[in-house]
Design a protein around this ligand. Structure first.
Ligand code: SF4
Ligand code: SF4
Length: 155
């Protein structure tokens, strides 16, 4: 009986303490900590990380999105809504004939698969590294075009 108690109870606990001690020694001797002092410090993210969506622009300031809805068609979670409108010479938003007058993503449904980015013919919608997506109200998770569109870069 005492052997079973040691094997089933004490041994796993000691093994757990062993891992803690090993990490402690590593942290003290090699400065190799596993704890990141978030939000002051952030872990470097992998190059192909896919988090928050951004609607990008050309260097000229024109929107890359042409309102084709291919991203919406490719989205397995059906969380993208696009409403296109015609560009005019007086009011040109994108280089193409059309632009997205309304563009919304319901982030509560998004599974961050990146299919929208893959499907987009102009590279307009991209998933970048901003992972701080928490919010309080359900409505705040529906990202509008205004929230998604990157600001015009000053040259
Ligand atoms: S990442 Fe995937 S689930 Fe999210 S909007 Fe794009 S296609 Fe849809
Ligand atoms: S983001 Fe790309 S795929 Fe989606 S509507 Fe705009 S141009 Fe088309």
């Amino acid at each position: 009986m005492p052997f079973e108690v040691f094997r089933d109870v004490a041994k796993p606990i000691l093994a757990g303490f062993g891992i803690t001690a090993k990490r402690l020694v590593q942290q003290v001797t090699e400065g190799k900590g596993v704890t990141v002092q978030y939000p002051e410090e952030r872990r470097e993210q992998f190059g192909r990380t896919r988090w928050r969506h951004v609607l990008t622009r050309y260097d000229s300031g024109l929107e890359k999105c042409i309102g084709c809805s291919l991203c919406a068609g490719a989205c397995p979670a059906k969380c993208i809504y696009v409403e296109a409108a015609e560009n005019t010479d007086e009011d040109r938003k994108s280089p193409g004939e059309r632009y997205a007058a309304r563009y919304e993503i319901n982030m509560l449904r998004c599974i961050f698969c990146g299919y929208c980015q893959e499907a987009c013919p102009t590279g307009a919608i991209v998933l970048r590294k901003d992972f701080e997506l928490a919010n309080y109200e359900r409505e705040d998770f529906v990202y509008t075009k205004e929230m998604l569109l990157e600001p015009v870069r000053s040259l």
